[in-house]
Design a protein around this ligand. Structure first.
Ligand code: SF4
Length: 352
């Protein structure tokens, strides 16, 4: 599935959450030289140039596009934009859906900005997926972050969108003030109990100009280190894989604007790979707990998993070299993705 993101930084939002710098952490528009929320013509022109042309699509004469690709409006509170602006954006998206160049449209918004009437209107305008900024399922963490909504709002919004037939994604932010590893896992557990279609996880970072930056500068907030965040997110990934709910994104997208304004926190452009590799390292550790008693000389993994198993810039390969120099990791097409073959036996990453 391919997403064509249109960023509308902070547009429509009546709040200013403690950590929020939507207008500082993402480049403001689909077109770099445009510095405001993009108008509908800009969005149309960008989509027209970015979306595949019908002639380039396989089997386009026979059926409309079925690959699930979506136009996404991210970075603001879409459902609180003026109704006329929502309608214009969605009409533009609908044009590309109708002519078969994309399958659907998704928006991101706050949980308390989704009453039943709003959900029906969004569906009538062609919205197929909604990403809901839950951030935490702990009321004290939500209050400390100045979110202005509660855990009950999170649950209610997810359930009502699901009941209306939408695909629903839950966005979570581990590492907010007052949150710790246990809170991150509890929040994820509660989100997963609601059976969202997918989860998106952004560990908290400190961006210049935010309330969180002031708190951090005064010593009132300590951001997670990269290693702590990778470790907690590896637990979160493991939990999601056990219940077969995908995490569609781990960590913030790399963006020059974000990197320019980042003050502290576990940002890494390859954060997702660091997390996946941490899970593989744990699996290798469990399979071969120590070098002295090593009874195997290699493990097999699917070739498509090899780069995650060896780690970002080979960090797991280096770890193996230091701690288990006799152990080799080998690509083996016969091993399913997400499994290790050890002594002829295949072990699932989720079971280790
Ligand atoms: S709800 Fe979203 S856009 Fe609004 S202030 Fe909070 S993080 Fe920013």
């Amino acid at each position: 599935m391919r997403i064509y993101p249109v960023f509308i930084p902070h547009a429509g939002c009546p709040h200013r959450c403690l950590f929020c710098a939507q207008d500082r952490s993402t480049s403001p528009s689909v077109v770099p030289e445009v510095t405001a929320v993009p108008d509908v013509n800009t969005v149309y022109n960008w989509l027209d140039s970015a979306l595949p042309l019908l002639k380039d699509m396989p089997r386009h004469e026979a059926i409309p596009l079925q690959d699930g690709s979506e136009i996404a409006f991210y970075g603001g509170t879409f459902s609180l934009l003026p109704l006329s602006q929502q309608a214009q954006y969605l009409e533009t998206a609908r044009h590309f859906i109708t002519c078969g160049r994309v399958a659907g449209v998704r928006i991101s918004t706050r949980p308390d900005a989704l009453d039943d009437e709003c959900i029906s209107r969004l569906i009538a305008c062609g919205v197929t997926t909604i990403e809901i900024g839950c951030q935490s399922f702990d009321n004290s963490v939500l209050a400390a972050a100045g979110r202005g909504h509660t855990v009950a709002d999170n649950s209610s919004a997810i359930q009502r969108c699901q009941n209306a037939g939408l695909q629903v994604g839950a966005q979570l932010m581990p590492g907010l003030p007052g949150g710790d590893d246990d809170e991150a896992l509890m929040s994820l557990q509660q989100a997963l109990e609601l059976k969202p279609s997918f989860v998106r996880i952004y560990p908290t970072v400190v961006i210049a100009g935010t309330g969180l930056a002031e708190l951090w500068a005064s010593g009132g907030y300590k951001s997670w280190t990269l290693d702590e965040a990778v470790d907690v997110c590896a637990d979160m990934l493991h939990l999601c894989r056990r219940v077969d709910i995908p995490i569609i994104r781990l960590g913030l997208h790399g963006d020059p604007q974000l990197e320019k304004n980042l003050l502290a926190g576990p940002y890494h452009p390859a954060f997702g790979q660091l997390v996946r590799s941490r899970l593989w390292r744990r699996a290798l550790f469990k399979t071969c707990p120590n070098n002295e008693q090593l009874t195997i000389d290699h493990v097999g993994v699917n070739p498509d998993d090899l780069s995650d198993v060896l780690g970002h810039r080979g960090e797991n390969r280096q770890w193996l070299k230091t701690t288990r120099p006799l152990l080799r990791v080998m690509a083996d097409k016969a091993v399913e993705r997400g499994f290790l073959r050890v002594n002829g036996q295949c072990l699932g990453l989720v079971d280790l």
